[in-house]
Design a protein around this ligand. Structure first.
Ligand code: AMP
Length: 401
């Protein structure tokens, strides 16, 4: 069975073709700057094999339908391709950012699903319309091949009302669905399942705190395999500190900035989503640069590092309390998988809670799932590499049976 995973942005198309018997990526590609005078195409055949190959080229691509046609050519070409015809693809799984309260699981896309994704666009105005463009272009280009929507929000739909409501007028929830949804659901779900596999048990026996630290970052509290709380909110702005997003902030600051600095809604949006987080604190949103600057004793980078780790630690404490019993803390994402310093900072001085990191194990960076807790730690601390695309492919396969 071959599953094609598609992630569409407003001017980009990312794809991976999986052979599901072995979970191998047969081909992967990224088409950027769609609609501009010079679009950029990168395609890899067998990206994880030593005999793999890569093609990069630039050409004008007018829209997503044209981008999909180029992707099909690359996938079926005798040099760059891995399949004979597009009919060799069993199904297509689409990443869809916001499914609101309507979707708890991946679903086969029909007209009702398309309408629901459209209806949820106000909750994800940058993402859902772009995701729909990809879905509609694929429906035209792959007639008869099942298409499945896999939602970033779905895994968090099990969180109870006390965790998803905000303490504001109830009518705002009833009429406008203002509530916590959470994001990165495919990543939290994937690493939770991989954790159970790594620990040789089943997920329904485990209480976990999963910590996804990438450009965007979020945490989830998982009880007996079900998500019971998550740090991102109605939008991906809430929660821990991120590359360019502030995470938690006193909403009163917005009134202050509007009153005193006369900032308007668009300026406040840009401030909190694009100019805050690590970037706002020390001028770079790339954790590798923050770590370099901190090493060179840059005080702003040191503050950014401390604050970043401290906020994660506060959420660990909060989620430990929410869960009652904790089996494992799981780090994932570009930062979570690679930065021993951040992992150490986030778990520092938590020995009283049974959380104790091993300095030696924490330093090992081998790209594999691994344990990094010390022998006397009651709570396991793990690093589990995430793979959102594979989770989308698996979700797609489950739905089409
Ligand atoms: P992601 O969104 O999951 O690709 O993660 C991107 C983030 O991971 C960026 O902030 C990178 O700086 C960070 N990152 C990638 N590699 C490393 C590394 N070796 N050490 C620290 N941070 C890293």
């Amino acid at each position: 069975m071959k599953i094609l995973v598609i992630n569409t942005g407003s001017s980009s198309l990312k794809y991976q073709l999986f052979f599901m018997d072995t979970s191998e990526v047969l081909a992967a590609g990224l088409i950027e700057k769609i609609g501009e005078s010079s679009s950029v195409i990168t395609h890899r055949k067998h990206p994880y094999r030593t005999d793999g190959s890569k093609v990069s080229k630039e050409q004008a691509i007018t829209g997503h339908k044209a981008a999909i046609s180029i992707m099909i050519d690359l996938l079926t070409d005798k040099n760059t391709g891995v399949i004979e015809t597009k009919k060799d693809i069993t199904a297509i799984g689409h990443r869809v950012v916001h499914g609101g309260e309507a979707f708890h699981e991946p679903v086969v896309i029909d007209q009702d699903v398309i309408r629901a994704i459209q209806e949820h666009a106000p909750l994800a105005p940058l993402h859902n319309p772009a995701n729909l463009i990809g879905i509609e272009a694929c429906q035209e280009s792959f007639p008869g091949i099942p298409q499945v929507a896999v939602f970033d929000t779905a895994f968090h739909q099990t969180i109870p009302p006390r965790a998803f409501h905000y303490a504001i007028e109830h009518e705002l929830y009833e009429k406008y669905k203002v509530r916590r949804y959470g994001f990165h659901g495919t990543s939290h779900k994937y690493v939770a399942f991989q954790t159970a596999k790594f620990l040789n048990t089943t997920l329904d026996t485990l209480n976990l705190i999963t910590i996804h630290l990438g450009n965007g970052s979020s945490m989830a509290a998982i009880q007996n395999g079900k998500c019971i709380d998550t740090s991102m909110g109605m939008t991906p702005l809430e929660g821990i500190v991120m590359g360019t997003r502030s995470g938690d902030i006193d909403p009163g600051i917005l009134f202050f900035l509007a009153n005193e600095l006369k900032m308007n809604i668009a300026e406040l949006d840009t401030l909190l989503n694009k100019k805050s987080g690590l970037k706002g604190l020390c001028g770079t949103n790339d954790m590798r640069d923050v770590l370099e600057k901190r090493k060179a004793k840059d005080p702003k980078a040191s503050l950014a590092f401390d604050l970043y780790a401290y906020r994660i630690k506060k959420y660990i404490g909060a989620y430990f309390a929410a869960l009652g019993k904790l089996d494992a803390i799981v780090f994932t994402g570009g930062i979570g998988e690679n930065s021993s310093d951040i992992r150490k900072g986030a778990c520092e001085n938590l020995e009283a809670l049974g959380i104790s990191i091993s300095d030696g194990l924490n330093q090992i960076n081998n790209g594999q799932s691994r344990s990094i807790h010390s022998d006397d730690g009651k709570v396991k601390i793990l690093v589990i590499p995430t793979n959102e695309e594979l989770q989308i492919a698996k979700g797609t396969m489950e739905v089409i049976g």
